[in-house]
Write a protein that binds this ligand. Structure first.
Ligand SMILES: Nc1ncnc2c1ncn2[C@@H]1O[C@H](COP(=O)(O)OP(=O)(O)O)[C@@H](O)[C@H]1O
Ligand SMILES: Nc1ccn([C@H]2C[C@H](O)[C@@H](COP(=O)(O)OP(=O)(O)O)O2)c(=O)n1
Length: 228
C-alpha cells in the first residue's frame, strides 16, 4: 500500500511523569499527521470536577457513585489539544497543584477508569489517519493491539529538573519527592497500574534531547508502517 493511503496507525506512549510523553506525543502526531490524545488530561479533568463539586477524594465509593456524571470532551488536534468538562474549558485549572495532588486517588477508582477507558477507545477507533495516545496504561490495557508501544523512562533527577523548569519552581527536591510519590501511587494501584507492556520499546530519555526522542519515535512508527 502507498504511504498516502496508509492504514490508520495506533501508537501508545506510556511512562512515568516528566519522561517527555506529552511533548513527544504531540510532536510525533503533528509530524505524521495523526491525532493526539493526552489521557492524563482526562483523569485531571474528572479530578477537577470531583474537587469543584465537593466530592470527598478519600472516599472511593463517593467517587464511584458520580464517576458517570461529568461529560469530558477531548480535542485531538496535536496543534491545538483541548479539554472541556460539561462545556467548560478546563485546560488551565487541571494543571493546578490541588488537582495534581489528588489525581492519583481519583484515577485509582475502577469506575473512573472504566468510564475514561471507554472514551479513549472510542477516540482511538474514530481517528481517521491514526492517533498517538499517551498515558500510563495505554499499551497494557486501553489499546493492547496498538501498532507501536513505547515506554519512556528517565532518571528521577532529570524528570524533577524538567518539571521544575516547567512549573518555574526552584525547589527541585520538593518536585522530585512529589513526582516519586505520584509514580508510586500510579504503579501500585490495583486497577490498570502504570506499567510497561511486554511488547513495548523502552526508551531512556535521560541523556537525550527532546528532538532526539521525537526522531526516535518517528523512526519507530515509520519502521512499523514499512512492516520492518
Ligand atoms: N528529552 C528531554 N530533554 C529535556 N527536556 C525535556 C525532554 N523531554 C521533555 N522535556 C521537557 O520536560 C517537561 C515535561 O515533559 P512532558 O512532555 O510534559 O512529560 P510527561 O508528559 O511525561 O509528564 C517539558 O517542559 C518538556 O519540554
Ligand atoms: N492513562 C493514564 C494517564 C494518567 N493517569 C493518571 C495518573 C497520573 O498521575 C495523572 C496525571 O497524568 P499526567 O499525564 O497529566 O501527569 P504528568 O503530565 O506526568 O504530570 O493521571 C492514569 O491513571 N492513567
Amino acid at each position: 500500500m502507498e504511504n498516502g493511503a496508509a492504514q490508520p496507525v495506533i501508537v501508545a506512549i506510556d511512562g512515568p511523569s516528566g519522561t517527555g510523553k506529552s511533548s513527544t506525543s504531540k510532536a510525533v502526531a503533528a509530524q505524521l499527521g495523526l491525532s493526539y490524545l493526552d489521557t492524563g488530561a482526562q483523569y485531571r479533568a474528572i479530578t477537577w470536577w470531583m474537587v469543584t463539586n465537593g466530592i470527598d477524594i478519600d472516599d472511593p465509593t463517593a467517587i464511584a457513585a458520580v464517576a458517570g456524571k461529568p461529560e469530558i470532551v477531548s480535542g485531538t488536534d496535536p496543534e491545538n489539544p483541548t479539554i472541556t468538562v460539561d462545556g467548560t474549558d478546563v485546560a488551565g485549572p487541571i494543571r493546578s497543584q490541588e488537582v495534581t495532588s489528588k489525581v492519583s486517588a481519583v484515577s485509582a477508582v475502577p469506575e473512573v477508569r472504566a468510564r475514561i477507558t471507554e472514551l479513549q477507545r472510542s477516540l482511538a477507533t474514530s481517528a481517521e489517519k491514526g492517533i498517538v495516545v499517551e498515558g500510563r496504561d495505554i499499551g497494557t490495557t486501553v489499546l493492547p493491539d496498538a501498532d507501536l508501544k513505547v515506554f519512556l523512562t528517565a532518571s528521577p533527577e532529570a524528570r524533577a529538573a524538567r518539571r521544575s523548569g516547567e512549573l518555574k519552581s526552584t525547589d527541585v527536591q520538593a518536585t522530585r519527592e512529589a513526582l516519586i510519590k505520584r509514580d508510586a501511587a500510579d504503579s501500585s494501584r490495583k486497577t490498570s497500574p502504570l506499567a510497561k507492556a511486554d511488547d513495548a520499546v523502552e526508551v531512556d530519555t535521560t541523556e537525550l534531547t527532546l528532538a532526539q526522542v521525537i526522531e526516535c519515535v518517528v523512526t519507530l512508527v515509520e519502521e512499523k508502517r514499512a512492516g520492518k
